[in-house]
Design a protein. Structure first.
Length: 539
C-alpha cells in the first residue's frame, strides 16, 4: 500500500513537472508566450515548423503568419521570426547575435569558413583576410578583374550566345540557368585562382553538367543535419542513415576538385612575385589568403592559430569552396530571373540597349574582332557601368522579387535577453529573418508581387522618404557584420553579363515552365531550367 502511494506520488510529481515544463511554462510563463503563435502548437513543439521546412513551404508559410499576426511570430518553443527592419533586423544583424550550429553544414573539409564560423572574433579575423579583395574600389580598379572579364565575355559568353542565335542552330534556344551558373562559376573561380587554374564551365558543357548534378543532388539531404542534427547523428550511430552514403561521395568529389584548383593557384602564387605582365593569371583571392595567413602566423597570439596549425591548405580550400559555391549559385539564379523578366518586354530591352550604347567603348561583339594573338576588346570604365540607372534598376528589382537567398537566416539571441520589436526575448532563442518576407512588404513596395523596375528609378515622383524606405527594406545580401562578402563582386559580374548580352542580342522566352522559385534558403526555378532564344540585334 505504502509502495503504491510512493509510486503514485512520484507519478503525479513527474506529471506535474512535465505539465509545467512543457505546457504551462512555454505557453503562459515564458516571455515568448507573449509573441503570437504561427501555429497553435508552436509553444509546445517544433513539429509544425519542422514539417513546414520538410515540405519546403517555409518562406510562404512564415510570411503568411507575419501578414496575419504582425512583425514578430513564434515558430516553435524556442524559435521566432522577425519581419521588420527597425527594432528587428537592425538589432539582430547589427551585431551581438551569433550564428548557430545550423551553419555547420557549410563547413568544407571539416574546417570552418567565414560563412560557417559561429563566433564574432574568429569570424572577423577570417573575413578580414579576403574582404578587401571584394571591395567595390578594389574590383573596379583591378587589372585582374578586367583581363579575366575580357576573356570570359569575349571568348566564352558572347561566342556561345552568337552560336545559339545562328539560324542554322535548330531548335533555337538554350538553357540559361545552366549558362548563368557556368558564367558565374568561371568568373568567381578566375578571380580566386587565376584564369589558367579556374573552370571553363561556359564551354565545357559536359563537365559542368556533371558538376552541377553533383552539387544540386545533395540539396534535399541538407534538411537532416541542419534541422534535426541530434536525431540524424543518433540514427546514423545505430546504422540507419538519413543521408545516403553517395552524398558523402559527392561531397568528397567536390572537395577534391576545389582542392586541386587551390593547389594550382598556390603554386602559381609562389612562382610569381607580380602579375603585371599577365593580370588574368593572378589568383587574387588565394594570394590574399596566403598573405593573411602569413600575417596571422607572425602574430604572437592569433584567434585563428588552431585552424592555421591544423592545415593552412585546408583553411584556404574551405574558404574558396564556400565562396565559389555561394557565388555561382546566387548570381546564376539572379541572372536567370533578370533575363526572364527582360525577355518579356522588348521595349525595355530596347531602352536598356540605348543606355548600354552610351558606354565607352560599348560592349559590342563581332566574331571577326577576336583573333588568336590579338588583344581582346577593351572594357568600358567599370565605375560608369556600375552607375547606369536602368541596368541598376532591372537588377535591383530582380534581387527584390526573386532574391536568390530568400529564406530564413537564423541567429541566436544573446544572453541574458534582448528587445525585438517591443518583445523581450530571452537569450539562446533561434531568431530568423527572411528577404522573402521583407521584400514583400506592401507598405514599402506597392503591389509587391509585380516585377516593376521603375521603383528603383529615382525621381519619377518618389519622395525622399519613399526612396529611403525602399532602400532600407532591400535585403538580398543581408546586412551588418555578416553581410555577403561578395555583393560588389556579384553586382559587377552580373552587370557585365547583362550589359554584354543586351548590347548584342535580344532575348525571347522559348519555355519557362517551372520558372516559379523553389521555397527554400536558396531558391532556383522549380523546373531547374529556363530556355531562352537569342537573336542578333538589328543595327
Ligand atoms: C547575387 C549574388 C549573391 C547573393 C544574393 C548573396 C546573398 C548572401 C546572403 C543573403 C548572405 C547572408 C546569409 C546568411 O547570413 O544566412 C550572404 C553571405 C555570404 N556570401 Fe553572398 N550572395 C551573393 C554572391 C556572393 C558571392 C559572389 C560570393 C563570393 C565571394 C559570396 C560569398 C558570401 C560569403 C562568404 C558570405 C558569408 C559572410 C559572413 O558570414 O560574414 N556571395 N550572401
Amino acid at each position: 500500500m505504502a509502495n503504491l502511494s510512493i509510486s503514485a506520488i512520484a507519478f503525479v510529481v513527474v506529471f506535474l513537472f512535465g505539465l509545467y515544463k512543457f505546457v504551462i511554462y512555454p505557453a503562459v510563463i515564458s516571455p515568448l508566450s507573449k509573441i503570437p503563435n504561427a501555429h497553435w502548437s508552436a509553444p509546445f513543439s517544433p513539429l509544425w515548423i519542422l514539417s513546414v521546412r520538410w515540405r519546403w513551404t517555409e518562406n510562404h508559410d512564415v510570411r503568411a503568419a507575419h501578414l496575419k499576426l504582425g512583425p514578430v511570430v513564434r515558430l516553435g518553443p524556442n524559435e521566432i521570426s522577425v519581419g521588420t527592419i527597425d527594432g528587428g533586423v537592425k538589432t539582430i544583424f547589427g551585431g551581438g547575435f551569433e550564428k548557430g550550429d545550423w551553419y555547420a553544414v557549410f563547413d568544407n573539409y571539416g574546417v570552418q569558413c567565414t560563412f560557417s564560423t559561429l563566433h564574432g572574433r574568429p569570424h572577423s579575423a577570417s573575413k578580414r583576410m579576403v574582404s578587401h579583395t571584394y571591395s567595390k574600389l578594389a574590383l573596379q580598379t583591378s587589372p585582374a578583374v578586367t583581363a579575366q572579364a575580357q576573356s570570359i565575355l569575349y571568348e566564352r559568353l558572347l561566342p556561345t550566345l552568337k552560336a545559339s542565335a545562328s539560324p542554322s542552330q535548330k531548335p533555337q534556344g538554350i538553357d540559361v540557368l545552366q549558362l548563368w551558373y557556368a558564367l558565374s562559376m568561371d568568373t568567381i573561380t578566375a578571380y580566386q585562382f587565376g584564369l589558367p587554374n579556374s573552370t571553363d564551365f561556359v564551354r565545357d558543357t559536359a563537365y559542368r553538367s556533371h558538376w552541377l548534378e553533383l552539387y544540386l543532388s545533395r540539396k534535399p539531404y541538407v534538411y537532416y543535419p541542419q534541422e534535426i542534427p541530434r536525431l540524424t547523428s543518433f540514427l546514423s550511430k545505430i546504422g540507419f542513415r538519413l543521408v545516403p552514403r553517395w552524398v558523402d561521395g559527392a561531397n568528397d568529389e567536390i572537395e577534391a576538385w576545389g582542392l586541386g584548383m587551390c593547389r594550382a593557384a598556390t603554386a602559381s602564387s609562389n612562382k610569381h612575385s607580380s602579375y603585371s605582365d599577365n593580370p588574368a593569371e593572378e589568383p587574387v583571392v588565394v594570394r590574399a589568403m596566403l598573405k593573411g595567413i602569413q600575417k596571422e602566423t607572425n602574430k604572437e597570439q592569433s584567434i585563428l592559430s588552431c585552424r592555421i596549425s591544423n592545415s593552412t591548405e585546408l583553411m584556404i580550400a574551405t574558404e574558396m569552396l564556400d565562396n565559389l559555391a555561394a557565388g555561382h549559385e546566387t548570381s546564376g539564379i539572379t541572372l536567370t530571373y533578370v533575363t526572364w523578366h527582360l525577355s518579356q518586354d522588348l521595349e525595355l530591352q530596347k531602352a536598356l540597349r540605348a543606355e548600354l550604347l552610351t558606354l565607352d567603348p560599348p560592349l559590342k561583339y563581332s566574331p571577326e574582332q577576336i583573333k588568336e594573338g590579338s588583344p581582346l576588346p577593351d572594357l568600358p570604365n567599370l565605375k560608369t557601368l556600375d552607375s547606369l540607372p536602368l541596368l541598376h534598376a532591372v537588377l535591383s528589382e530582380t534581387l527584390r522579387l526573386n532574391a536568390a537567398i530568400p529564406g530564413s537566416s537564423p541567429r541566436v539571441t544573446p544572453y541574458p535577453s534582448c528587445n525585438l520589436a517591443g518583445y523581450e526575448v530571452p537569450g539562446g532563442v533561434r531568431v530568423c529573418s527572411a528577404a522573402w518576407t521583407l521584400h514583400r512588404n506592401a507598405d514599402v513596395y506597392n503591389q509587391p508581387e509585380v516585377w516593376d523596375h521603375t521603383r528603383w528609378l529615382d525621381g519619377d515622383g518618389k519622395s525622399g522618404e519613399e526612396t529611403k524606405e525602399r532602400d532600407k527594406w532591400f535585403w538580398p545580401f543581408s546586412s551588418g557584420g555578416r553581410m555577403c562578402i561578395g555583393n560588389n563582386f556579384a553586382m559587377l559580374q552580373m552587370k557585365l553579363a547583362i550589359a554584354s548580352t543586351y548590347t548584342n542580342f535580344t532575348s525571347h522566352v522559348v519555355c519557362d515552365d517551372g520558372i516559379e522559385q523553389e521555397d527554400g534558403y536558396t531558391a532556383s526555378p522549380k523546373g531547374n531550367k529556363l530556355i531562352l532564344r537569342f537573336e542578333d540585334v538589328e543595327e
